[in-house]
Design a protein around this ligand. Structure first.
Ligand code: GLU
Length: 486
């Protein structure tokens, strides 16, 4: 991609969440692309907390966003907790900067105090909707004389501060995702930079900060497209370099509505709590916004950094496919060193009370169970379901499989007795004993294997039965066979 800047300037990108809730998957994808771009270009990734909406912002949300970003592995070079040369990185701590800029803009007549009443505002909005454009006469407070202004002030009228937009002309930019964009200035109202309570608006604080933080590329959700011409205008008025913009499409649920809890996990926090592997979520989010140029789906983050090209960003809304994300979770789980897989599933089992947290013997056995399960174990949320039968007497049983038990009582009883007599009790000895029993009865092995698997593991499918029996252990196996045969 061609650089927006003179060849020598640095790539500086930012993620600028508002701490008004959890980090949504859409926001995470935005953060990820900024981070990936910075990492692929040797640039700087800045994190800025946009908390100018005092009522909706919370410290809790701020902290949760940091935690979610860290969980995803998206470290920031400048921002809260790490500092940097362009701080502070929390907008509520930058008030003095906004005040100074707005004073300058008021002085230069680029911003003005607008004393419109709520009714005047309403009427203007209606005109804009009806006519599709506004004219200078819609903005009676743009050019008040000093005397008129004093009078309004003396009368105690509340005011906002607006940025005057040109009445004519166009604002254009080449969007990194959507290509050429063109806004007719007559359709853009003079926008509020400072609210009546003295707080800056998002559009205003964003431009001041992107300017002062020397941001070179703004990659954000395409719900911000309509803000961009306003921001470009202000960048120009402030004599600042206009960054390159790229607006990433929305992430939707299967019903084509914005992804939400109704569809499944919609915030990073829910993925974390749902025991997803963060590398898989990152892999999936990257694929949602970008085509690697072939059919490959599994990528490590290092591979994505190497291949990322802003030219191949998708420009249509993406539907979040949980199945594909789950598939990738399984692929990333396979790549995880066994010790890590053991750590994570052990924690889940211990929390669920399936194992005693300090049982070294069970922990060692868990490694062998996970190796045996191999590809069948694709998500840590399957831990209790897939692993309990190996460690506890209380384990999930698939009610639909019960038909395999029909008429199997005598076989299971006989098998229990043969197994009880085994020493050693392992995969080879159990297999030999089962096959010998079937042969003695003039039967095939299948009518023994299937009910045995179900009685011992609660499921009709699974890994090699005999390996599983060895890992579950003689006492448990015999007890389960006897209990089921009754
Ligand atoms: N605080 C804005 C948001 O969360 C940031 C938008 C931007 O990146 O400019 O949507």
């Amino acid at each position: 991609m061609a650089s927006a800047n003179s060849g020598t300037s640095k790539i500086r990108v930012r993620f600028a969440p508002s701490p008004t809730g959890t980090l949504h998957v859409g926001g995470a994808r935005t953060a990820l692309f900024n981070w990936l771009y910075a990492r692929s270009q040797g640039g700087t990734f800045v994190l800025r907390i946009e908390d100018t909406d005092q009522e909706r912002s919370s410290e809790e949300s701020h902290q949760q966003i940091l935690r979610s970003l860290r969980w995803l592995g998206l470290d920031w070079d400048e921002g809260p907790e790490v500092g940097g040369d362009h701080g502070p990185y929390v907008q509520s701590q930058r008030r003095a900067r906004y005040d100074a800029v707005i004073a300058e803009l008021l002085d230069r007549g680029i911003a003005y105090r607008d004393y419109s009443t709520a009714e005047e505002d309403e009427a203007r909005k209606l005109r804009l909707t009806e006519q599709g454009r506004l004219t200078a006469s819609d903005w009676p407070y743009r050019n008040l004389s000093e005397e008129q202004r004093r009078r309004y002030e003396a009368e105690g009228h509340a005011f906002t501060i607006r940025i005057a937009m040109p009445d004519e002309g166009h604002i254009r930019w080449t969007d990194l995702v959507h290509g050429d964009m063109d806004f007719d200035c007559a359709t853009l109202e003079d926008w509020i930079a400072v609210k009546s309570d003295g707080f800056p608006t998002y559009n205003f604080a964003c431009v001041v900060d992107d300017g002062q933080m020397e941001i070179s590329h703004v990659l954000r959700g395409d719900d911000h497209i309509s803000n961009t011409p306003r921001q470009i205008h202000l960048f120009r008025e402030l004599g600042l370099r206009v960054p390159k913009f790229g607006h990433l499409p929305m992430i939707l649920g299967p019903d084509k509505k914005r992804l939400s809890k109704r569809h499944g996990a919609a915030s990073v926090e829910e993925f974390r709590e749902g025991l997803w592997i963060s590398e898989a979520v990152v892999n999936y989010l990257a694929l949602l916004g970008w085509s690697p140029g072939n059919d490959r789906e599994f990528f490590t983050v290092e591979e994505i950094i190497k291949r990322l090209s802003l030219k191949r960003l998708n420009h249509t809304a993406a539907v979040f496919d949980y199945e594909k994300c789950r598939y990738l979770n399984g692929e990333h789980l396979k790549q995880m060193p066994l010790s890590q897989r053991v750590d994570r599933s052990w924690q889940v089992l211990a929390e669920a009370g399936v194992v005693e947290a300090d049982s070294e013997e069970d922990r060692e056995r868990l490694g062998r169970v996970l190796t045996l399960l191999g590809n069948r174990f694709r998500h840590f949320d399957q831990s209790v379901h897939h692993l309990s039968a190996y460690f506890a007497d209380d384990f999930p049983v698939d009610p639909e499989g019960a038909t395999v038990l029909e008429g199997a009582g005598p076989r299971l009883r006989a098998l229990a007795e043969r197994f009880a007599a085994l020493d050693p009790f392992d995969a080879a000895s159990t297999e030999a004993a089962l096959r010998a029993l079937a042969e003695d009865q003039g039967e095939k092995a299948g009518p023994y294997i299937h009910p045995c698997r179900y009685a011992v593991t609660g499921s009709t499918s699974g890994p090699s039965l005999f390996e599983a029996l060895e890992l579950i252990g003689q006492e448990r196996v015999v007890t389960r066979l006897r209990a089921t045969a009754v």
